[in-house]
Design a protein around this ligand. Structure first.
Ligand SMILES: [Zn+2]
Length: 591
């Protein structure tokens, strides 16, 4: 378990005033050109970026080359910083590619049939991912590794062979949206690419940026007069305690094709010290559900269940996402029809023009829908992470145990848009967001977070630990069904929702892990994480002693932190957190 807290940084975007938008966007365009030229020039030295001597990427870049544009040394350093960050990210991907390269095989390609073209064999890919298991990792890498394998398979489908090197399948990356970190500038009031004076008492700051003029010249330079920008409340709060880092200028694109510039304020956030594992008395376990997004339960260290089962049910949300998916499908059909109509005429024929015009509009709308869809998913993952922290806080649990992402289980059912959305919800991407959010928030608030082996957690009785079957329904004559929502133990008679059983089992693994850590804390030996086969305890009783759900939370350490984003956005009208116990234990959160 981690012992010393490392600082965390949060960023808060502030839209620049209309008067300087044009200049800021020009600046971003100009620096994007330099950044892309720099990345392209250094692409063949990618391996050098796998190692770093300085936290500043620009130092690495400027040691290798001079500025491709004569627009000032500090401006170049900021661009070099961004180019270096891109190259460092790519170098990391390349190192991960080395892990999967020996595992790439034709077995990952599903051969084509008469009805279906050749594609990726997802089962085979999953099996390979599972074989990459490392004891030390929580599976957060699994998402990246899967992405790399799929990229290699796409290469195979196009070229008939797997790539020999990372560069063979990865084109030189291109920055599409402007992004300029001022970390390479001297900063403060004396910067030569930007000037920033913070007035904490006045809750504002004064900013000037050095921008090219409309003709591309840099002689006039600065945006005048200095802009006065209000500082977001959390930034002011954090500035009282800690330092602000150099800001980042960033372009945000609107679905209608226009864009605007924001300045991201980046502040260091204090991190709560981690609780001594010997002091931890309660563990919250959660499972990524089949029927519900998340199911959670709190246990004490003897395995007694203190909380009722808590389900995060996202019914209305599912419907809304399904609606968006159906809308996208309809738009795609229209696109297909229009393309057929257009292709009746040869290229260059003016009669193609009306279809072309409509197609451009439809494609914009599709892109807009996908963005909305992805943003909602990401917001949902953040919301789920926040709720888990809230529950841990309410029940005083100081260790949160969740299943490792490595299984990448996807058990969505049903056809049509709703079924597909549930599938999507269960896939690695949204779970990755949930896990990463949880990881960094636990870090900030001093909670322990430990991943557990998910194998067997959905088909083991939490009461006696024997293997158990799942059924389509709680009825006694229900048929056994592997993806069934109800678990019934024939050994001891325990029965309950399958997601609930899994949450208890994961919490039990968390307890076993904690006890093992405490026992071996002094010896510094690395032990294998407990599995369903090796864990020493079961959950024999439900004491209900933690039943009283008191709000506001009674957490002694102020865990409900103010974070940089408001995750409960307007589109979620309500989320019901319900339990299997009487309705007075129901907690309803409205956005
Ligand atoms: Zn049992």
């Amino acid at each position: 378990m981690r012992s010393d807290p490392t600082p965390q940084f949060l960023s808060y975007p502030v839209r620049l005033p209309d008067g300087v938008q044009a200049a800021a966007l020009r600046l971003l365009d100009a620096s994007r050109e330099v950044i892309n030229a720099t990345v392209a020039a250094l692409w063949e030295r990618l391996d050098d970026f796998g190692e770093r001597e300085s936290q500043y990427a620009y130092k690495q870049v400027t040691a290798m080359m001079g500025s491709p544009a004569a627009h000032g040394d500090r401006q170049w350093r900021c661009e070099a910083e961004q180019a270096g960050r891109i190259l460092r990210g790519q170098a990391r991907r390349k190192q991960q590619f080395a892990l999967i390269l020996p595992l790439l095989s034709v077995g990952m390609i599903a051969p084509g049939t008469e009805k279906k073209p050749a594609g990726k064999d997802r089962k085979a890919i999953k099996a390979v991912l599972a074989s990459l298991r490392e004891e030390s990792s929580d599976g957060g890498d699994a998402v990246e590794l899967q992405g790399l394998i799929e990229q290699a398979c796409n290469f195979y489908l196009k070229n008939g062979c797997f790539p020999d090197t990372y560069e063979e399948m990865q084109a030189v990356p291109v920055q599409k949206r402007g992004l300029l970190p001022y970390a390479g500038d001297d900063g403060g009031e004396y910067g030569t690419a930007h000037r920033l004076r913070v007035d904490v008492e006045g809750r504002c700051c004064y900013v000037a940026l050095r921008c090219p003029d409309a003709q591309g010249g840099w002689e006039k330079g600065w945006t005048e007069p200095q802009m006065r920008l209000p500082l977001p409340d959390p930034v002011v709060e954090h500035l009282h305690a800690g330092a602000a880092l150099a800001p980042t200028l960033r372009e945000i694109a609107e679905p209608d094709g226009t864009s605007y510039a924001v300045l991201d304020f980046i502040v260091e956030v204090p991190v709560a010290p981690l609780a001594d594992p010997r002091q931890v008395r309660r563990v919250l376990g959660w499972d990524w559900g089949v029927r519900t997004l998340v199911t959670a339960v709190v246990l004490d260290l003897s395995g007694n269940r203190l909380s009722p089962p808590l389900f995060l049910d996202t019914g209305g949300f599912d419907g809304r996402q399904a609606h968006t998916r159906r809308h996208i499908d309809r738009l795609k059909q229209k696109v297909a029809k229009l393309e057929t109509r257009r292709d009746r005429f040869p290229v260059g024929d003016p009669r193609r023009e009306p279809s072309e015009r409509k197609l451009a509009g439809l494609r914009r709308e599709i892109a807009c829908c996908w963005r909305k869809y992805a943003a909602r998913n990401s917001d949902l993952a953040h919301l789920a992470a926040n709720l888990l922290l809230l529950l841990a806080s309410v029940w005083g649990a100081e260790l949160i145990a969740g299943e490792s992402l490595k299984s990448l289980k996807s058990e969505g059912r049903g056809r049509g848009a709703k079924g597909r959305w549930v599938n999507w919800r269960n896939n690695a991407q949204i779970r990755g967001v949930l896990w990463r959010t949880l990881r960094y928030k636990c870090h900030l608030t001093g909670l322990h977070l430990a991943w557990q082996h998910p194998r067997g957690t959905t088909h083991t009785c939490p009461h006696c630990g024997k293997p158990a079957k799942t059924y389509a329904s709680p009825a006694l004559d229900a048929k056994p069904l592997d993806a069934g929502a109800w678990l019934r133990c024939l050994e001891c008679g325990w029965n309950g929702a399958r997601d609930y059983a899994a949450a208890i089992n994961i919490a039990l693994l968390g307890v076993a892990f904690l006890l093992q850590e405490v026992e071996h804390q002094e010896h510094e030996i690395r032990l294998k994480r407990p599995t369903m086969k090796t864990k020493p305890l079961n959950s024999e009783s439900y004491t209900g002693s933690g039943l009283a759900l008191r709000l506001p939370p009674t957490s002694p350490r102020g865990r409900l932190m103010h974070s940089g984003k408001r995750y409960m956005n307007g589109w979620i009208t309500s989320v019901t957190l319900h339990s299997a116990l009487p309705p007075d234990t129901m907690l309803r959160l409205c956005g």
